[in-house]
Write a protein that binds this ligand. Sequence first.
Ligand code: FES
Length: 195
Amino acid sequence: MDMETHQPVQKKVHSEQPACVSRRDFMLFSGAAAVSLATLGLTIDMANGQIPQQVRYKEFPRMLVGKVSQLDGDTPTPFHYPYDHPFCRSLLFKLDSKGGGGVGVGENIVAFNQICTHMGGMLEGQFNPGYKTLGPCPIHLTTFDVARYGMVVSGHATQGLPQIILELDGDEIYATGVMGLMYGHHDNRAGLVEG
Ligand code: FES
């Protein structure tokens, strides 16, 4: 009650939805990635927590990349996706617990592009199953967390590893798309930058 006017006090109600960007989206589109979005002239509607679908996720032809029964928890399985190109080298992991974006009964099967997002170092033979990390990169030592959407744990890179979107069909594991900008690309939709 307003003591001067003797009218009921109206409470302010905020009708806007709070920004609700997932951790994955935050990691992908913070820092340098946000600059890329501005370059593309694409708008992020932060009030609704919506990032344009065409930027967040690029579908590619479905491709068989492995079998659940053949995965080894200590040694990731290499494959190329979406193109047979060095920048598209990727790794398929079977983690000992749930991973972000994972598929399978335990949601523990995940895959990532294998090229460091900083300056293209090759992340090879540097998987630590205990910590679920990939790295350090041999060039500037960035390490990525493959249980948490490929986010950067430490090092120079500002963008997480692009995650390969997977789906299961029985024992077979298929790649169907890529979440995040692959090294050597200015836009996943535009293909590779050669030269
Ligand atoms: S190229 Fe990997 S940290 Fe620089």
